[in-house]
Design a protein around this ligand. Structure first.
Ligand code: HEC
Length: 406
């Protein structure tokens, strides 16, 4: 019963998380579009009022006239629309999900028995959970320090982008060394998403509050408050598409169980940023196809890296004299190592239903999922954290199985 309520809580939190994220990202994409689509105002009166740009739009059966003031509007209304709760709700619900899905079972989801580092393999669940949370906190602080050191007055944003790009390569590599692939992709995405939310919380909103306060008390807002907010908001724009991929990556085991997992992660991050750049430029009226083309080339490289190599099929041929592996034999191993979780009635605590919907109770079901089973076992992704202590001999045997019924 308890595992059912965890599962139900998971569903509700995920629903909230996706809704909040759509609302936040949608608004953010809309404002980027708006800002970049502004054209100088047509009427002289508007110019006199200090209006810098305007956009006419038609949407939902109505006509909209957006206007942006270069600096100070003559009078600030009391009912300003602020945008921050969507960002905070997204982060909070995401972190709630992370607790439920990873931290509560950190021993199996966050400890990487295949880590090249001894200390990482030796961590217990609590240590791995703590390290994952530290990863987010330290990661954001390094990123924020880079912004302040390299481009303190928004004067070297090109160099800053380069530094943040290099930082993300290091983060991707590091996360895959420490955590299991699936968690590594999620944690890297969570770090980028934490930077985005923290940018809103620590920079964009406080800066806007100071600007509004200055205006209301008859002072002049500090232009740096606007510039810093803009700088962080630009980073958020380029983080958006990579974060969405990293959040979805959990469904695609071939990305994170791959020997090139961290390279694949890096390529996805840069591909997302490049594709976003195309849309950013497009709003300003440019149609530079080099950016999406570069992004697509990176996606193609990912496909090339992740495709199963021809010799995984040839493995069965290594020793043609070896006796044929029967489904019955595979079934025996699966019963010992997999059905604790992958069963209509899992016995592993915390599992209310077969994970990923993969049932391996019968020979027929095993054959039905043959290629996934072989892939998951060969990549050492399954059994999770090798909780059921599958031996290398058993893995070799499943690799030799041709995946067909007897
Ligand atoms: C401790 C529980 C546990 C054990 C034991 C376990 N699995 Fe899994 N398995 C999971 C969970 C949780 C997922 C879902 C993870 C995900 O979504 O990537 C999963 C997902 C899978 C998938 C789907 C991966 C994909 O492509 O998305 C396959 C295939 C799989 N397991 C096969 C196996 C096999 C074969 C064994 C035994 C050798 C095994 N599992 C043992 C928990 C377990």
């Amino acid at each position: 019963m308890e595992s059912f309520f965890l599962e139900y809580g998971n569903l509700l939190l995920r629903w909230l998380h996706v809704i909040a994220a759509i609302a936040w990202i949608g608004e953010s994409i809309h404002f980027v579009m708006l800002d970049l689509s502004l054209r100088p105002p047509k009427s002289a009166h508007d110019k006199q009022l200090g209006i810098d740009g305007e956009l006419w739009a038609v949407h939902g059966g109505g006509f909209y006239h957006h206007q942006k003031y270069l600096t100070t509007p003559p009078k600030l209304p009391d009912d300003l629309h602020w945008a921050f709760w969507k960002a905070y709700t997204t982060w909070l619900s995401g972190f709630g999900l992370f607790i439920l899905l990873y931290l509560l079972r950190a021993d199996i989801y966050l400890v990487n028995p295949a880590s090249p580092w001894e200390w990482a393999r030796q961590m217990d669940g609590q240590q791995a959970g703590l390290l994952a949370v530290l990863f987010l906190i330290v990661g954001y602080n390094v990123y924020s320090r880079l912004c302040r050191l390299i481009s303190p007055t928004v004067n070297h944003d090109g160099w800053l982008s380069l530094a943040v790009g290099i930082m993300m390569i290091i983060v991707a590599w590091l996360s895959v060394q420490i955590f299991p692939g699936r968690a590594a992709f999620l944690i890297t995405g969570a770090l980028m998403a934490t930077c985005m939310s923290a940018n809103v919380f620590f920079w964009i909103i406080p800066g806007q509050r100071r600007m509004v306060k200055a205006l209301k008390t008859g002072g002049t807002p500090n232009p740096l408050d606007g510039a810093w907010g803009k700088q962080r908001s630009v980073h958020n724009t380029y983080f958006t598409l990579p974060v969405i991929f990293l959040m979805l990556s959990n469904h695609y085991a071939f990305t994170y169980t791959n020997a090139y997992a961290w390279v694949i992660m890096v390529l996805f991050i840069f591909s997302g940023a490049l594709i976003r750049q195309y849309f950013v430029l497009r709003h300003t009226g440019k149609n530079d196809l080099r950016f999406p083309l570069a992004g697509i080339i990176l996606l193609a490289v990912i496909g090339w890296l992740a495709a199963p190599s021809a010799d995984s099929g040839a493995q069965a041929m290594i020793n043609p004299a070896a006796e044929q592996v029967t489904v019955a034999r595979v079934h025996g191993i699966v019963q010992a190592r997999c059905t604790e979780c992958h069963s209509a009635k899992p016995t592993q605590p915390g599992f209310a239903a077969a994970p990923a919907g993969i049932l391996l109770d019968t020979e027929q079901q095993i054959v039905q999922h043959a290629s996934q089973v072989k892939e998951a076992v060969a990549s050492q992704y399954m059994p999770l954290a090798n909780l059921t202590q599958m031996t290398p001999e058993e893995r070799a045997l499943i690799a030799r199985w041709d995946g067909r019924p007897d």
